[in-house]
Design a protein around this ligand. Structure first.
Ligand SMILES: NC(=O)c1ccc[n+]([C@@H]2O[C@H](COP(=O)([O-])OP(=O)(O)OC[C@H]3O[C@@H](n4cnc5c(N)ncnc54)[C@H](O)[C@@H]3O)[C@@H](O)[C@H]2O)c1
Length: 438
């Protein structure tokens, strides 16, 4: 494949060297004449492990050239990879000036090209950038419509400086954002020699995965640093503790808890977060991220309340009261907190949870709910049908599989606020569906 790589910085140079190594014919393009001259001479403009020999070898073997001439680069290649910078603007949003100008330049060059051309975005851009901004600009500049001699893919990259070449050769996966119905054969062919799974996703999703991956890494790092400082202040070898935490591949280092839904609660998480923060306070340690966990959790309950309130003060059916499905533990359940808030604001509320029998609640569970919702018994109903009849809004927190057919059958004209992501609910006929997280 003949590939032009626009932007020969940290990402672009690695792409140039590694794509050439895969056997492609690569042209590096940049607005910096110095970088172009260096690359053309077989020298890397960046410092990176293994890159010098890779670039020198590719240029020597005639598989890598460099130019500042956009039209020539587009004319002489089948596809353009874009890896220009997307730095922060003063307000924290991303500055897309370099992306705009490279897209406009490539688009104009495509206008003059007889054959088809594909554009692949490797720079990190926020979700929606392609559909709302880049594709319209590309179509306008090229005079072509997507699918008519013009293709666009998002192909974010997950390289880390310092090990970029290794990361390119052995990525965790290849992520391709493609228009609906396009299986991206061109990119599959380009990466055919890379032994990694290929995931095709809507362009918006692909853009967002790169974005949230970096945010997730920042969360992990800050968690380790804040938790580590608190532990160390209490005489714990924090590295040892964190190493062992990572040994749990079921709940800790795993997809567990990484599915958007409703707030957390129960008898352990809020209590243990509070007591861990007390350890920080005891030593006068700032832990801003951890200290915001409980307010962040409360914000999810508040957001759900606002979604209900947007419909006016209509009767509400709440499905799920225990902190999770399959238990009758109500202690610090976020559904109890939501119910409390609705009742406090005068909502007519019916609650269904097949695992909660108020009469049999005991001990701290009983005293918790007596304190929070003293007249709970009056609000509980014994079937989905009883919860839904006469109500206008259904909040679907959790519903046992055996109750789902009855829930679906009794939904009729309801506004449904789905906190569970129940299969089939979004497309259920005759409801106004609202998924707060999806
Ligand atoms: N650096 C990383 O490790 C890394 C990792 C993953 C993703 N990214 C993302 O990749 C993108 C590039 O990052 P980088 O660190 O390589 O940036 P960089 O600043 O090192 O390189 C960007 C290059 O683009 C060139 N450029 C700007 N406008 C141009 C134009 N119109 N035509 C051609 N070239 C142009 C610049 O001269 C520069 O050489 C960013 O979106 C970044 O967020 C970077």
């Amino acid at each position: 494949m003949r590939i032009s790589v626009f932007g020969i910085g940290y990402v672009g140079v690695v792409s140039c060297g590694c794509l050439a190594e895969l056997g492609h014919q690569v042209t590096g393009v940049d607005i910096s004449p110095e970088k172009v001259a260096l690359l053309a001479a077989g020298r890397s403009p960046i410092v990176e492990e293994a890159i010098d020999t890779l670039i020198a070898g590719a240029v020597r073997q005639g598989r890598l050239t460099a130019t500042g001439d956009v039209a020539a680069a587009v004319m002489g290649t089948d596809v353009s990879f874009i890896s220009v910078g997307t730095p922060s603007a003063a307000d924290g949003s991303v500055a897309l000036g370099a992306v705009d100008s490279v897209i406009a330049a490539i688009g104009s060059a495509i206008r003059a090209k007889p054959g088809p051309h594909a554009v692949v975005m490797r720079s990190t851009v926020p979700p929606g950038t392609a559909e709302d901004r880049i594709i319209p600009l590309l179509e306008q500049a090229s005079g072509r419509r997507l699918g008519d001699g013009l293709a666009y893919y998002s192909n974010p990259e997950f390289l880390r400086e310092g090990s970029s070449v290794r990361d390119f050769r052995a990525p965790p996966f290849t992520l391709i954002g493609a228009p609906a119905g396009d299986d991206a054969p061109l990119l599959r062919e380009i990466y055919a020699a890379i032994d990694a799974p290929v995931h095709i996703a809507p362009i918006r999703v692909a853009e967002s995965v790169k974005h949230i991956s970096n945010v997730f890494h920042a969360v992990k790092l800050t968690f380790a640093n804040e938790a580590g400082a608190i532990l160390a202040a209490h005489g714990v070898d924090a590295r040892d503790a964190l190493r062992l935490l990572c040994e749990d591949r079921v709940l800790n280092i795993s997809p567990a808890y990484l599915r958007p839904g409703f707030a957390f609660g129960g008898s352990c998480l809020p209590k243990d977060v509070r007591s861990f923060l007390a350890l920080a306070d005891e030593k006068g340690l700032a832990a801003p991220m951890l200290k915001n966990l409980l307010p962040a959790n409360q914000a999810i309950i508040d957001r759900t309340f606002l979604a209900v309130a947007a419909h006016g003060r209509q009767p509400v059916a709440l499905f799920g009261l225990a902190f999770k499905q399959g238990t009758d533990d109500l202690r610090e359940s976020p559904f109890v907190l939501l119910a409390e808030k609705l009742l406090g604001r005068g909502y007519d509320l019916r609650i269904y949870d097949r695992f909660v029998q108020v009469a049999t609640l005991m001990g701290s569970n009983r005293s918790y709910i007596d304190r929070e919702i003293p007249h709970l018994e009056r609000l509980m109903v014994d079937s989905p049908d009883a919860a839904l009849s006469g109500t206008k809004i259904a909040i679907v927190g959790h519903v046992a599989p055996e109750d789902r057919p009855a829930l679906f059958a009794a939904l009729n004209g309801h506004a449904v606020i789905d906190l569970a992501g129940l299969a089939g609910l979004r497309d259920h006929p005759g409801i106004a569906y609202e998924g707060l997280c999806w």
